[in-house]
Design a protein. Structure first.
Length: 301
């Protein structure tokens, strides 16, 4: 009986931490940070074996800074999270973890994360702080409840990890580094607008001015297509990575655009947005893992 109770407590704590830390966000951002680090090695013709400590400090620091920002986001949004299905099980809502503990957790995670990034380079730490500031202050505290542009403003934080990874090994950011930033920045708007369409009723109930809530589905659909079109020229700035990367990124962009246009008027809006949302997840994974695999021989050998 005691063992069963202990197991339940462990499972409950693990579930609480998963909601609190937003592990899915951490995983995707750490992946793009790793890609930034990796591509910096490739562009400079450096070998991974000489930079293991920097890589480990960068990955841990990035993960902790993001976790700290997510925890503080949960703390700040505790008044609206009970309204939305996908957020109502957070410990800030259920009370399974006390609010002072959650606040201090967010602060400590952030400080430790920035400290670890400082062990790689000052630029990486400053970029980590900027990403945290963009997410916690510019997005969560300022724009999320005021403007439909909250999606674009929040995209700043999600676009920073490749720069953090790059700066951890090479503080001199190149055009390729900023191209990765631009791809991540633009990718996030159609990704999150598709999610906003799926969750329109919940955002409306929580009084969050997401674009489909304020301007309707037609405007949101046009914005999604517009941002996907904006992705089309960006692979050309990855020329130093070779034509294989450019072709891969272009195929992914065209595939996303075709899917968006093909179902623009023919499909149910929720079915359409769900397809685009799922495609955006595969897009991110395939593009960044693809870049790593294509450049693998030069970085490893």
């Amino acid at each position: 009986m005691l063992s069963s109770t202990a197991d339940k407590d462990k499972n409950s704590l693990a579930k609480d931490l998963k909601y609190l830390l937003k592990t899915g966000i951490i995983q995707s951002n750490v992946m793009t940070a790793f890609a930034g680090f990796w591509i910096a090695l490739y562009e400079n013709q450096w070998q991974l074996g000489n930079y293991w400590p920097s890589l480990l400090f960068m990955l841990a620091g990035t993960a902790l800074v993001i976790a700290g920002g997510c925890v503080i986001n949960n703390y700040y949004d505790r008044d609206i999270d009970p309204i939305m299905t996908r957020t109502k099980l957070r410990p800030t809502v259920t009370g399974s973890i006390s609010l002072p503990v959650i606040l201090w957790m967010g602060i400590i995670l952030t400080i430790v994360g920035v400290g670890l990034l400082l062990l790689t380079s000052l630029q990486a730490a400053l970029l980590g702080l900027f990403g945290w500031f963009a997410y916690v202050v510019l997005y969560t505290m300022w724009s999320k409840r005021r403007y439909t542009l909250n999606t674009a403003i929040g995209s700043l934080s999600g676009a920073v990890p490749p720069l953090i990874g790059w700066a951890a090994v090479d503080p001199n950011l190149s055009l390729t580094a900023f191209a990765l930033f631009a791809i991540m920045f633009i990718w996030q708007t159609p990704h999150f607008l598709a999610l906003a369409i799926k969750k329109t009723d919940e955002y409306k109930a929580a009084n969050i001015p997401m674009l489909p809530v304020v301007r309707g589905f037609d405007v949101t659909k046009r914005q999604i297509v517009f941002y996907i079109i904006c992705l089309l020229p960006l692979p050309l700035f990855l020329l130093k990575l070779g034509w294989a990367v450019i072709i891969l990124a272009t195929i992914l962009n065209i595939g996303w655009l075709v899917m968006a246009i093909k179902g623009y008027k023919k499909q149910d809006i929720y079915k359409w947005s769900n397809k685009l949302f799922l495609y955006s997840l595969f897009y991110l994974m395939i593009l960044f893992i693809g870049m790593i695999l294509i450049t693998l021989p030069s970085v490893i050998f």
